[in-house]
Design a protein around this ligand. Structure first.
Ligand SMILES: NC(=O)c1ccc[n+]([C@@H]2O[C@H](COP(=O)([O-])OP(=O)(O)OC[C@H]3O[C@@H](n4cnc5c(N)ncnc54)[C@H](OP(=O)(O)O)[C@@H]3O)[C@@H](O)[C@H]2O)c1
Length: 230
């Protein structure tokens, strides 16, 4: 399948690597491909500049958001939460129409320091904003509650005995995303939380995730809900 991944950060790269391994073709979308390729600095997490990563992953193509979105039969939003609506607008609403948009973004605001707050919460969410702004896309919010390496390889922890969550308005899209997560990444336990308004809950798990990260000292952990069948 052709997959358009919106983003060039560690999440986008993790999905691209795994999806190429599983036989898909991917284009990663960015605001300015030339500028992205000329970056020479590691990001604040220590991830190498995009060009260095791409040399190691030559099958991963880079393009504008618009190019990645028109290429993808399925799309993944892996952009900074505060830039997601802009990125998807640049991708072009017509390129999102009728497609599944897997949304892994989080509405984080780090302006107050290392403990982020959410710039939307309680009565709305970024997942809902994306669905409202792009009503013809089938937005499925998922995987935002796990770090990138676990998103694409749950087997890294406890033989995969922990949970992914998802929500969205389109039942068929959620079914397809569940299968996509299982077939490509190996997720065994996926809890469907209902319509896209459950993105509020999924995004409001992130302050808890950040505190756990501080307590554990590693991002390699995940949530497991006892009592759920899947
Ligand atoms: N890091 C994790 O393990 C993790 C786990 C769960 C969820 N998430 C969520 O996944 C998303 C991606 O995270 P990340 O760490 O890989 O990268 P990130 O640094 O949060 O996002 C990088 C991407 O966002 C784009 N971007 C930034 N500002 C923009 C703007 N104003 N307009 C359009 N695009 C903009 C960048 O575009 P350019 O390519 O043009 O620079 C880049 O492609 C985030 O929402 C994050 O909260 C991350």
């Amino acid at each position: 399948m052709n997959i358009g991944i919106m983003g060039t950060g560690m999440v986008a790269r993790a999905h691209a690597e795994r999806l190429i391994e599983t036989g898909h073709k991917v284009i990663l979308g960015t605001r300015d491909p030339v500028q992205t390729l000329t970056r020479t600095e590691a990001d604040f997490m220590g991830n190498p500049p995009f060009a260095v990563w791409q040399k190691l992953n030559p099958q991963a193509r880079l393009g504008s958001f618009d190019k990645a979105a028109s290429f993808g039969e399925l799309l993944i939003n892996a952009t900074l939460g505060s830039g997601s609506l802009n990125a998807l607008q640049l991708a072009g609403p017509e390129n999102l129409a009728g497609k599944i948009l897997v949304d892994v973004s989080n509405p984080l605001d780090f302006s107050g320091g290392s403990q982020p707050i959410l710039f939307v919460s309680n009565t709305d969410s970024l997942g809902e904003q994306i669905q409202r702004f792009f009503p013809q896309a089938h937005v499925v919010k998922t995987l935002n509650t796990a770090t990138a390496p676990i998103q694409v390889n749950p087997g890294l922890l406890a033989d995969g005995d922990h949970h992914a969550f998802l929500c969205g308005n389109d039942v068929d899209a959620k079914f397809d995303v569940q299968r996509f997560l299982t077939d490509n990444y190996g997720w065994q336990h996926i809890a469907d939380l209902g319509d896209i308004s459950s993105a509020r809950a999924l995004e409001m798990m992130i302050p808890m995730w950040v505190r756990l990260f501080g307590a554990i000292g590693s991002p390699l952990f995940n949530f497991k809900v006892v009592g759920l069948k899947r």
